[in-house]
Design a protein around this ligand. Structure first.
Ligand code: GDP
Length: 526
């Protein structure tokens, strides 16, 4: 029998678990599909796209997803490439993203930030970046749509620094753009990848003796060649140097240029990325850091997804494996409930197909059928009773006052509210004194999902009245007085009784901070 510790270590080291963060339309669906194709998942060609364009045929997800043609919650795509086992945590690309998107990022070891070369850093890119940046995970940047006229590459790098506060190291550099695009020059490997235009059946990479190589001069022509030579010189002199440590802690982002739709620069990106990206990281628990190589299986629930199949009322709990080896039918401890459960029907994810998982290792995501026993953040462990640190909550930005249309349904309502908040569908606050219920979300879609599920699963009709607040801050350090939060703001409590101030605008927030210098205004729960 092979040594189990060795097996776990080897399997862990070849895994890469990441999420792609971007603003809608930057090309995430396209890039994901190309990556899957490199992984040999040829039979999946068109799957990722199809899921977006024609959900009705393939989808058995919630009605609301069908109606809107979007993915409400995210899933996981897994493939093998040159000995690596790659897990892409898929996050909704639609504008209506939700807290689930943020939570999914907490299960990733690094992120790929996808940027449209013509648009630069957009709103949603920025929000998702900040969640990753707070965790200090490595962030890799892919600047897409080089086949179109985009912004000056230096401009884009400057924007990364100004808007996101991250320095960058271009791994390759475009030779032309839009109609003049002829290739990308790999600064470290000293090779060019030639742009093949619409013919992307083959990828042509040529080894050169540095940028000055005759081959490059020939393809670029005198003028473009000179321009790029100057740009590269400028990068050497004024740009950041390549620094693995800074990449590892998220201070420096390696930047790759390319065009996903033309399959240009994608494979070289993937190969560099897999080499530089970290294997599954250890995670902090009640018993200190847990290393992936620990022989005991452990993991935590980071997302709960309801009704993937409307024929069943089941939920699916997504577990990120932190340590040990998972095998089907194993019995693990559900620490919060103090119960042992048998994991008999776990699923792993390959695009739309869901296979029964036989074994899985740290970095992998498994989906467990959930008859309503899991909460976000729950720990599962083979033996012992360690508990992983709670997942962060994210500051809601949209608020609504909730009332129940039929007061007789109170019991049902309470049950639904408890269950859905445990699943992380919405955050619940109560006003002080009146105990009015206020819901907080990061994306409008969360309200719709909440209303829909209350109606269909708990038969409770709701009325949601939008409130003008935009910011939530947890107040600590003082005994907050509701009277001090009357102007363009209000004081409420969260589910644990913490005081939270809601503000209508930045001005109201700032002036409260000035009036109460001894208070802390935290953007997540303490
Ligand atoms: P998502 O919303 O981020 O998933 O974006 P999609 O992958 O659906 O892409 C949005 C649009 O950009 C689609 O029309 C794609 O065909 C297009 N697109 C994606 N990659 C490229 C590219 O490299 N060049 C050009 N010109 N268009 C692209």
């Amino acid at each position: 029998m092979p040594n189990l510790a060795q097996e776990i270590l080897e399997e862990t080291n070849r895994r890469r678990t990441f999420a792609i963060i971007s603003h809608p339309d930057a090309g995430k669906t396209t890039l994901t599909e190309k990556l899957l194709l490199f992984g040999g998942a040829i039979r999946l060609a068109g799957t990722v796209k199809g899921r977006k364009a024609n959900r009705h045929a393939t989808s058995d997800w919630m009605e609301i997803e069908k109606q809107r043609g979007i993915s409400v919650t995210s899933s996981v795509l897994q493939f093998e490439y040159k000995g690596y086992k790659v897990n892409i945590l898929d996050t909704p690309g639609h504008q209506d993203f939700s807290e689930d998107t943020y939570r999914t990022l907490t299960a990733a070891d690094c992120a790929v930030m996808l940027i449209d070369a013509a648009k630069g850093v957009e709103v949603q890119t920025k929000k998702l970046f900040q969640v990753c940046s707070k965790r200090g995970i490595p962030i890799f940047t892919f600047i897409n749509k080089l086949d179109r006229d985009g912004r000056d590459p230096f401009d884009l790098l400057e924007e990364l620094e100004k808007v996101l506060g991250i320095r960058s190291y271009p791994m390759n550099w475009p030779i032309g753009m839009g109609r003049s695009l002829c290739g990308i020059y790999d600064r470290r490997k000293q090779q060019v990848e030639l742009y093949q235009g619409a013919d992307h059946s083959k990828i042509v990479v040529e080894k050169v003796q540095g940028y000055e190589d005759e081959k490059i001069k020939q393809i670029a022509g005198e003028h473009l060649f000179e321009q790029v030579r100057e740009e590269l010189e400028l990068l050497e002199v004024a740009g950041d140097s390549f620094d693995l440590e800074k990449i590892a802690n998220g201070q420096l982002t390696p930047v790759f240029f390319g065009s996903a739709i033309n399959n240009f620069g994608v494979q070289t990106f993937l190969e560099n990325f897999l080499q530089l990206a970290p294997p599954p990281a250890p995670r902090h628990s009640s018993e200190g850091m847990v290393e992936p190589s620990w022989e005991t299986f452990s993991g935590y629930v980071f997302k709960i997804q309801a009704n993937m199949n409307p024929a069943h009322r089941d939920r699916l709990a997504f577990v990120r494996i932190v340590s040990g080896k998972f095998t089907r039918n194993m019995t693990v401890r559900h620490v919060r409930q103090g119960k042992d459960i048998k994991l008999s029907q776990p699923q792993q994810f390959l695009a739309q197909e869901r296979d029964i998982t036989e074994v899985a290792y740290p970095g992998d995501i498994i989906g467990l059928f959930d008859p309503g026993i899991f909460r976000i953040g729950d720990t599962l462990v083979e033996k012992g009773s360690l508990v992983y640190d709670e997942l962060p909550t994210f500051s809601p930005e949209i608020f609504a006052k909730l009332t129940v249309k039929n007061a007789l349904k109170h019991k049902q309502f309470q049950k639904g509210l408890d269950q859905l908040t445990e699943e992380g569908t919405v955050q619940v606050f109560r006003t002080i004194g009146f105990e009015d219920i206020i819901l907080g979300v990061v994306g409008q879609l969360q309200f719709e999902v909440f209303e829909y599920r209350m109606k269909h699963e708990y038969q409770v009709e709701l009325e949601l009245q939008r409130l003008p607040y935009q910011f939530a801050r947890w107040i600590t350090g003082i005994d907050a007085d509701p009277n001090k939060f009357r102007v363009n703001s209000t004081l409420v409590t969260d589910k644990n009784g913490n005081k939270v101030a809601l503000f209508e605008n930045e001005y109201a927030l700032r002036s409260a901070m000035e009036k109460m210098p001894e208070a802390n205004f935290l953007d997540t729960a303490p």
